[in-house]
Design a protein. Structure first.
Length: 158
């Protein structure tokens, strides 16, 4: 007995129409934004001025205390770690060394959070024993907070 031949193109489609047809509008918007950011990162890696312009544009989009803190943090980082290059990172102001993010600011508004965040990546030289903080919640910036951030930013680039 010879095996039966399967007719070409007879496989059934197992997907259904509807919710699984593709990406949601939010997902498409996020992908488009990320593609634009990758282009901006490429520009920032070529030119510090382009990176600075992109970061200042992101800060200008912020409102209220987020914007005030981001402006102050930008001034602190650029004054105390001039070797870091401003760039955007996931839509946030960030500062990189050799193209790799060292520190960043995340506005509270971006993720509808109670507080903004100033954080450091694993590229920052903040190691202190077997455990150390890498991000800080910010509701406002006091003079003492600014002094601590200055010390951390300087230490991060040693």
């Amino acid at each position: 007995m010879a095996p039966k031949e399967r007719p070409q193109g007879s496989a059934k489609r197992t997907t259904t129409r509807g919710a699984s047809d593709g990406f949601t509008a939010d997902e498409r918007a996020a992908m488009k934004a990320r593609a634009q950011e990758l282009k901006a990162e490429a520009r920032a890696n070529r030119s510090r001025a382009d990176g600075e312009r992109d970061v200042l544009a992101k800060i200008a989009e912020m409102r209220g205390s987020d914007r005030a803190m981001a402006e102050r943090l930008h001034a602190i980082v650029t004054a105390n770690a001039p070797t870091l290059s401003p760039k955007t990172w996931y839509g946030m102001p960030a500062y990189a060394k050799d193209g790799k993010v060292v520190c960043f600011f995340q506005s509270a508004e971006k993720f509808d959070a109670r507080y903004a965040t100033f954080g450091f990546s694993d590229q920052a030289n903040l190691d202190a024993g077997s455990m150390w903080p890498t991000s800080f919640a910010l509701k406002e910036l006091t003079a003492a907070d600014e002094a601590k951030i200055v010390r951390l930013v300087k230490k991060s680039v040693r």
